[in-house]
Design a protein around this ligand. Structure first.
Ligand code: UDP
Ligand code: MN
Length: 244
């Protein structure tokens, strides 16, 4: 049987949220043996996301945890608490006899279905290129004789793991074997979320290169433009309430 892919998606309420989740679910529906862990950045699970997940038909787990207000500032890493909540759920509800691969899937990125075929064979920690990130067309691990020997990156190249959140996957057993491996707030510097996490579970020389020795881009760090709601009516309301 195929290992289950657990995609962890932090998400928060905003005008484009349902559009992002729709795009994501349409990709994920094409992935066999898939389990979506959606973690809302909120005080409670919202109706919008609950209804959405129910209608998606995807196997899912719906969690929520609010980001403390003091961390909702520009320059602060996003979705730390949400990703950790998902890791906590896996540690409570999955055991070493469950075979799986864990992947952090932000709600605004673009994922090729092929990416999931690639990551499914992750034995410990696997890596691959990410498009449209770090001020470049792509970033990627440099591979020689099947090993990661360096990085093609233009941004903070001295990071221990100069890689985007969308550029790696972790076998479930590695998540379970390292129960204290988490994303961190305290002492975390901008752009160090991935490195601080990966440092706890992997060595660069043990990373498993995917996507033809990291020569193919199968995921893109796309970002959605902020919507212009400048013409929303101040007083007059539509005759029906419509969820967007
Ligand atoms: N996110 C969140 N709460 C926030 C901001 C972002 O849960 O206050 C989620 C967002 O939905 C996405 C992930 O965290 O899944 C990364 O956020 P974003 O895409 O804004 O980060 P960027 O692409 O700018 O690094
Ligand atoms: Mn993003």
């Amino acid at each position: 049987p195929l290992p289950t892919i657990y995609a962890i998606t932090p998400t928060y309420s905003r005008a484009v949220q349902k559009a992002e989740l729709t795009r994501l679910s349409n990709t994920f529906r094409l992935v066999p043996q898939f389990h979506w862990i959606v973690v809302e950045d909120s005080n409670a699970r919202t109706e919008l996301v609950s209804r959405f997940l129910a209608r998606s038909g995807l196997p899912h787990t719906h969690l929520h945890v609010p980001t403390p207000r003091r961390y909702k500032r520009p320059g602060m890493p996003r979705a730390t608490e949400q990703r950790n909540a998902a890791l906590g759920w896996l540690r409570l509800h999955r055991s070493p006899k469950d075979s799986g691969v864990v992947f952090f899937a932000d709600d605004d990125n673009t994922y090729s279905v092929e990416l999931f075929d690639e990551m499914r064979s992750t034995r410990r920690v696997s890596v691959w290129p990410v498009g449209l990130v770090g001020g470049r067309r792509y970033e990627r691990p440099l591979v020689e004789k099947g090993r990661v020997v360096g990085w093609y990156t233009g941004w903070k190249a001295n990071r221990p793991f100069p890689i985007d959140m969308a550029g790696f996957a972790v076998n479930l057993k590695v998540v379970l074997e390292n129960p204290r491996a988490l994303f961190k707030r305290l002492g975390s510097k901008p752009g160090m979320q991935e490195s601080d996490f990966l440092k706890q579970i992997a060595k660069v020389e043990d990373l498993e290169p995917k996507a033809d020795n990291c020569t193919r881009v199968l995921v893109w760090h796309t970002r959605t433009e902020k919507v212009n709601l400048g013409n929303e009516p101040k007083h007059w309301q539509d005759s029906v309430q419509i969820e967007v």
